[in-house]
Design a protein around this ligand. Structure first.
Ligand code: 13P
Ligand code: SF4
Length: 306
């Protein structure tokens, strides 16, 4: 029987192959620890988008979910974009489709559409500008109109509405894991860790954001914890963030707001998938050129704002 490679052997092989093939490995902050360990860049959605737009590598291997690989394809049409496990999707991104979005935009008098990057390329293609959790307020304020339609995350849209003067029409989408966090969960975590600050991701519902000491994207939480004089933090976001935030601040303590905040799709990529994808160039994601060109305007406008 053939002996299985150890985790360290797999990691070494991946790094060698990535070098040989001039590939860069990007990983989202929610990815499993062993995937973040082999990545060249880890970050939030905005950081990964910017990085994908700047790399000189010939291959971009995206460890995240499908929309992240699509964003890389939109920005880098001449590169090979690999998603090592093509089953890794985002349930929130699937809650909006371009036909329904255009119909709603028209029904609202053609107001501008701001689309969260957690969406398909086809949805970005019929949008005016994209945003991430890190720049949603800046993006909203950059728009000339007084009314906008924001999709797909109703919670992110309500967070933006609370921080701007604009009227924001919601789309009824949500992240199943952030949306399920309850005030009762937060109260329990605070009771267990009375000294801890509570950091919440804007994908959480408004009643959760009201309880937060700070509202941040995933990388925003990492930065906030480093700048704070506090030593303990309850994280109102997907549980995978515990790994990079603890690594960045080994002297501080981090607790999940709830063990329910576990995104199955963010855990679908394994080291075996990464190796096989690099070896055989499988899992390629390529956005068709007509959709790409239409989507590029929305993504690039966002990146230009930063
Ligand atoms: P950020 O890392 O941009 O905060 O995104 C959170 C998320 O849910 C990505 O799927
Ligand atoms: Fe989508 Fe939520 Fe998973 Fe992020 S955490 S990929 S928004 S389902």
């Amino acid at each position: 029987m053939k002996e299985q490679p150890t985790i360290n052997q797999l990691k070494t092989k991946i790094k060698q192959l990535a070098k040989e093939k001039n590939a860069i490995i990007l990983a989202h902050n929610y990815q499993p620890a062993e995937i973040q360990e082999i990545a060249d860049i880890c970050g939030d959605s905005l950081e990964l988008s910017i990085r994908a737009s700047k790399t000189q590598a010939e291959i971009i291997l995206c460890c995240g979910v499908h929309f992240m690989a699509e964003t890389a394809s939109i920005l880098s049409p001449d590169k090979t974009i690999l998603l090592p496990n093509p089953d890794a999707g985002c349930p929130m991104a699937d809650m909006v489709d371009p036909v329904a979005l255009v119909a709603k935009k028209q029904a609202l008098g053609n107001i501008p559409v701001v689309t969260y990057v957690n969406s398909s390329a086809a949805v970005k293609a019929v949008s005016d500008i994209c945003c991430t959790s890190a720049n949603v307020i800046k993006v909203t304020n950059s728009i000339k109109a007084d009314e906008i339609l924001m999709t797909p995350d109703k919670n992110l849209a309500q967070y933006a509405a609370a921080n701007t003067d604009k009227k924001i029409h919601l789309w009824e989408g949500y992240c199943p894991f952030h949306n399920n966090l309850t005030p009762g969960d937060v109260a329990m975590a605070k009771k267990a860790h009375p000294e801890a600050l509570f950091l919440a991701h804007p994908e959480c519902p408004p009643q959760i954001l009201e309880l937060a000491d700070s509202i941040q994207s995933t990388s925003g939480m990492i930065r906030f914890a480093g700048e704070s004089d506090k030593n303990e933090f309850i994280l109102g976001t997907e549980i995978g963030l515990i790994y990079p935030i603890s690594k960045a601040h080994p002297d501080k303590k981090f607790y999940p707001a709830s063990d329910k905040m576990y995104c199955i799709d963010m855990k679908k990529i394994t080291l075996e998938h990464v190796l096989s994808s690099l070896e055989n160039l499988t899992g390629e994601v390529k956005v068709p050129e007509d959709i790409r060109l239409a989507a590029l305007g929305s993504v690039q406008k966002m990146i230009d704002i930063k």
